[in-house]
Structures are given as C-alpha cells and as structure tokens.
Design a protein around this ligand. Structure first.
Ligand SMILES: [Zn+2]
Ligand SMILES: [Zn+2]
Length: 363
C-alpha cells in the first residue's frame, strides 16, 4: 500500500525544491498537496517540517516509489548537502537553527515569509517551478530574469503558500488564498551587485574556488563573513548620521537615507529589500582587497567601530582589517564613567564638567 505509485508522473527539475515537486505532482494528479504529503509520510499533520532542508532515507525511498523519481535525484533537490558545508556539526544537528535558509511559515510567531518566486519564471509553463536557490539568504533575485523575488500574492497580499493549494488549482502559478496569478506581480529590477555576490558564493560552494578579493580559510568562513558584512551594512544604515557610517556607505555607493527595518531579528527573517541592500554593500567591500580597505579607513579616520560595531565575535577575515585600525575612543572611555546619579547642574558647573570630560577623552 505504501509503495503504490501515484498515477501521473512528472520530472523533478535539476534546480527544483522538493516542496515545488510535491505540489506540482499533486496538482497533476488532481489531489491536494497536503493529502499526498500525509500519504507519503504516513502522518496525521501536514507539512510539519521544512522538507526542502532534509528528509530521512526511508521517506526518500517511499517517495521514489510513489513518484518514479530516483532516490539520488530526490536527494539532490534537498538543501542539506549544501548547508552542511556552511555550518558546524552542532548547528547541523538542529535543523530549525540552520543558518542561511530563509524561514517559511509562521510558527512561534517568529516573522517569516511566503515561498519566494520570480514572476517572470511563473509566467511560462516550462519555467514554472520553485528554484532551490530561492530559499537561500544570499539570493534575492532571479539570475535569469534579473528581477527581485516576490514572497506575497500580488492581489490579496497573503504570504505565498503553494503547499496549501487546492486540487482544483490549474497550476502552481496561483495564490492558494485568492486564486490570482502570481506571475502578475510587479517586476522589480534586482541590483547586479546582489546577483554577483550570489553567484560568487554559489560558485565557491560548488567548486571551492574563491573569486573575491578577500582570502578565506574555507567556504564556511566566507559565508559567515558575508553574513557579518550584511550586519555591518545594516548597522551603518541604522545610524547613517554617524560620520564613519556615512563615509563607508558612500564608499559602497549606498544611499544613507534608505529606510530600513529596525527590528532585531535573525538574517533568515530579513525582508528581501534589506537583504538586497546589505548584499550589495557586502559585495562592494569584498571587491576591494583588504590592504586598500585598511588604507581607505585610515585616511578617513574610520575606527574599528565600523567593523566591530557590537561585541559578537567576527571572522578572522574581518579582524584582518579591523585590527589595523584605531580603537574607538568612546568604547574605551565607557569603562571610566561612573554609574552614580547625575544631579542637575548650573550652567557654569555643566560647562566645567564638560571641559573636564573632554580633557579626559583627549588623553
Ligand atoms: Zn525568473
Ligand atoms: Zn492572493
């Protein structure tokens, strides 16, 4: 019973996600994706885990019997082999904590997104499927159509959830909420730097060859550095009025007045526009050799503060630059300031106290 073949088979595309394949198969067979899922996994609840990440061997064997697609091809559609290269073993054991895979669904009220798609790819029968790369942090656009990925229905605004489509859907180009076509979404150009940084990291992961100006021990350090550079750019955009942030944003050719999301959330919950601008900035930095970046920072009086804006451990690649720069004065002064209550002062007292503080800072 459990090895019964589903009547209509389709190919799993080279770069397709497993979820996309299941949804397409369900619609072709006139069924609900969640019904096929429950039948396959023999579970009461539907889509309880992010199946694009990892699926156990027994489940892959069963899915192969149902769909006629070989276990090896099914395995290739998953993200686990790729992510394994980027995170350490301890993190890898906890699939929910995987970095670099964008969150979907709204579990635990954490902010999340719909299933990303390219409106242009969705418009044509032959290209109408979800790409594996679209799930990843460093992908914000379709490399073929050069447009930004979309995560919500262009008509009703709900998160795109292809796994909740009805058996009556004509194709995966439909919003499961209102039935409107996803391909009608407005096409927004994606910046070429954001596409370049994605193809750099993809190529590094695939071949082990790093084509950026920075050197890394391995691809794991490269990915972590990219993630930290995204944070550095975000932090600069958060406080664009600070002189060193303004100078560095200008050197990255980024408009310091861009509105950004200030919520403190993990990278995997960042909006597509925040990811795009921070990836652009990161790519600008990765395209200057570290020696020149040090010179640029030194000649503009940019301290370590720009690179080490918080106390979180930064990668060796980032320290290789920051360690050559001046330590920010305010950071060292903090230790000497007492926490005692500050009483209101007369103007003269305030001025003399200010002078003594400024003298201390100059020392
Ligand atoms: Zn496309
Ligand atoms: Zn809709």
């Amino acid at each position: 019973m459990m090895t019964e073949r589903w009547p209509i088979h389709t190919d799993l595309k080279d770069d397709e996600t497993l979820l996309s394949f299941i949804v397409r198969t369900a619609i072709l067979n006139g069924s609900y994706p969640h019904v096929l899922f429950q039948y396959w996994r023999n579970l009461q609840h539907s889509f309880v885990s992010d199946i694009d990440k990892k699926v156990d061997q027994n489940a892959l064997n069963r899915l192969s019997s149902h769909t006629g697609v070989s276990v090896c091809v099914l395995q290739n559609s998953l993200l686990d082999k790729l992510i394994e290269k980027l995170i350490d073993q301890e993190q890898y054991e906890n699939i929910r904590l995987w970095r670099y895979v964008m969150h979907i669904g709204a579990r635990n009220h954490r902010r999340s997104f719909g299933y990303g798609f390219c409106p242009e790819c969705m418009a044509h029968d032959h290209s109408r499927y979800y790409r594996r790369h679209w799930r990843l942090l460093w992908h914000v656009g379709c490399s073929e159509h050069k447009c930004q990925l979309v995560f919500d229905c262009p008509h009703c605004g709900n998160e795109n959830k292809p796994h909740t489509l009805s058996f009556q859907a004509r194709s995966i180009n439909e919003c499961s909420h209102c039935g409107h076509s996803l391909s009608s979404a407005t096409k927004t150009d994606v910046h070429t730097d954001a596409l370049s940084v994605a193809s750099w990291l993809d190529h590094y992961i695939d071949t082990g060859i790093n084509t950026s100006k920075w050197s890394f021990t391995d691809v794991q350090e490269a990915a972590l550095t990219l993630r930290q550079l995204m944070s550095i750019v975000r932090s600069a955009l958060n406080k664009p009025h600070i002189r060193y942030n303004m100078a560095m944003l200008a050197s990255m050719n980024i408009d310091a007045g861009l509105p950004i999301d200030r919520k403190s959330i993990t990278h995997e919950q960042w909006s597509v526009s925040l990811r795009e601008v921070t990836l652009r900035g990161a790519w600008r930095l990765l395209n200057v050799d570290p020696e020149s970046l040090i010179t640029l920072c030194q000649s503009n009086n940019i301290s370590q503060k720009f690179w080490l804006y918080d106390n979180k451990l930064k990668t060796t690649a980032i320290h290789r630059i920051a360690d050559h720069l001046a330590v920010d004065k305010r950071t060292t002064a903090k230790a000497g300031i007492s926490n005692s209550l500050i009483e209101p002062l007369s103007r003269a007292e305030a001025e003399s106290r200010w002078l003594s503080i400024s003298d201390q800072l100059k020392k």
